[in-house]
Write a protein that binds this ligand. Structure first.
Ligand SMILES: C[C@H](N)C(=O)N[C@@H](CCCCN)C(=O)O
Length: 477
């Protein structure tokens, strides 16, 4: 009987696509805030007298890397994954969204006060109070948005398993990319509209996030209703999560290949995006005001392509192959960016568009592959562990690039601001791409050995599904 109700509910296309729209909107808001400071890097590094905050490249690197501080060092993400598997998607999602709001508020407070230029020394490095408070806020926000990310992945598996799961994940990522694209493209305009205010766009992000919270609350109501109709709770429906599950997850080679592919691939994209506006100014001679426009095309390209490749994976399979192709493209693109002679903006445009394809291929196949490797009751923890490994890269790589830029790449100063040669940073990104390719090949080999089904379609044919349901009804008289 339970299975029949479940079948009826899961057949409700409107319900599951509405759920997707609601949670994807919350993620859109989160991604908008994640990347909104990137196009302001130039202004942040402008001296205080010139209307900026007077940060160095190193300061900007510190701020950007703060995103991963608590997730990485205090294992907040892993705790978040365990909370997700224990408490369910509704509680965890609400908790994560509230954490995001608190974090953005603190970041806004830090940026909008100058603290009379006071500084403090932490672990041998000097921090301006503005930088420290803003970084703390960003670190708290990072915990919220990452836990929200794994929660939304689990929500999609819950509502879309055996259906258009990769398409749904692709669409959710497409919404996330709208957030990133708006952050890169619109933030400089917002900043300008409010008299070069850096804090005003953050305040607008905060308001947007509150609307994101409302959207998630509507999801909570729908999800609760669905579980009530099923006459059981999320927790009862699944084998409960045990602490020892962590060990069973980390003992799987397949898990490690996905986690390593994730950290290497994403380390060559998200941190790159943080520096892309500066790359456009320094290498391609683009006006600072327009420096976000070409990088903004990357997320906008993803908006169409990630669901497209997700849909392809749902119907035709070939997940492991899709990841390999994406990694090959990544190597090519970053290598081309590293060649100093290729400095025409048309080349930058072409490479960013290609990166848009690569950055659609890998995520559209990688995230929906995780439930093929890990059982559903451990999925929250597995996604959290993958995100945790990834956060080392998201935290460490911007910091590394900031250091490398200040130490090895300064070519001169214009209006007291350094100009950079981006050859070495782009070579570093190319190396990440090469390692990602090697791991993608190993993952395909592991799939052949273990039979995870990464090369198989996600959508089950009606006759296969009928067979599964019949078997389940026999098992549960
Ligand atoms: C940054 C975050 N840790 C991340 O990896 N986000 C992924 C999306 C993962 C969730 C897929 N349902 C991204 O590509 O933005």
């Amino acid at each position: 009987m339970t299975q029949q109700i479940q079948r009826k509910l899961s057949e409700s296309k409107t319900a599951r696509w509405s759920v997707l729209a609601l949670v994807a909107f919350t993620m859109l808001c989160g991604y908008f805030i994640t990347d909104m400071m990137a196009p302001l890097q130039d202004l942040l590094q402008t001296p205080v007298g010139g209307g900026g905050l007077g940060w160095s490249g190193d300061d900007y690197g510190k701020f950007t890397s703060a995103y991963g501080w608590f997730n990485v060092f205090f294992l907040m993400l892993i705790f978040g994954g365990m909370i997700l598997d224990k408490m369910g998607v509704r509680f965890t999602g609400l908790m994560a969204t509230c954490i995001m709001i608190v974090g953005v508020f603190i970041k806004w407070f830090g940026i909008s006060h100058n603290f009379d230029g006071a500084t403090v020394t932490i672990l041998g490095t000097e921090w301006g109070y503005t930088l420290l408070v803003a970084s703390l806020g960003y670190a708290i926000f990072g915990v919220g948005v990452e836990i929200a990310g794994i929660t939304v992945s689990k929500i999609i598996v819950k509502w879309f398993k055996g259906k258009e799961m990769a398409l749904a994940m692709g669409l959710e990522m497409a919404c996330a990319r709208i957030g990133t694209g708006l952050a890169i493209g619109v933030t400089p305009l917002l900043c300008k509209a409010f008299n070069n205010s850096i804090s005003m766009p953050i305040l607008i992000g905060l308001i947007l996030l509150c609307i994101g919270l409302l959207s998630f609350i509507v999801f909570v109501v729908m999800d609760k209703r669905r579980d009530e109709e099923l006459e059981n709770t999320e927790e009862e429906a699944e084998e409960p999560f045990r602490f020892s599950d962590i060990f069973s997850i980390i003992s799987m080679k397949g898990f490690w290949y996905v986690a390593l592919l994730c950290v290497l691939f994403y380390s060559a994209v998200f941190p790159f995006l943080k520096y892309a506006p500066s790359l456009m100014i320094n290498k391609f001679g683009i006006d600072p005001e327009w420096s976000g426009v070409i990088p903004a095309l990357l997320p906008f390209g993803n908006i169409l392509l990630t669901p497209f490749f997700g849909n392809l994976y749902d119907r035709k399979g070939k997940g492991a192959t899709i990841m390999i192709v994406g990694a090959i493209m990544l190597v090519f693109i970053h290598f081309m960016f590293s060649i100093p002679a290729l400095n025409n903006w048309v080349i930058a445009l072409g490479l960013i568009l290609l990166l848009g394809i690569a950055f659609s291929l890998v995520p559209s196949a990688m995230w929906p592959s995780v439930p093929k490797i890990i059982p559903e009751n451990k999925l929250g923890t597995a996604y959290a562990l993958i995100f945790w490994v990834q956060n080392w890269g998201l935290m460490g790589v911007p910091y590394l690039i900031g250091k490398v830029l200040d130490k090895y790449c300064i070519t001169g100063y214009v209006n007291e601001k350094p100009t950079y040669d981006y050859t070495i940073p782009m070579m570093i990104f190319t190396c990440f791409g090469i390692l990602a390719l090697m791991i993608a090949l190993l993952l395909k080999r592991e799939d052949r050995i273990k039979g995870y089904g990464l090369e198989l379609p996600n959508i089950k044919k009606p006759e296969e599904e009928a067979k599964i349901i019949a078997e389940e009804m026999i098992a549960e008289p």
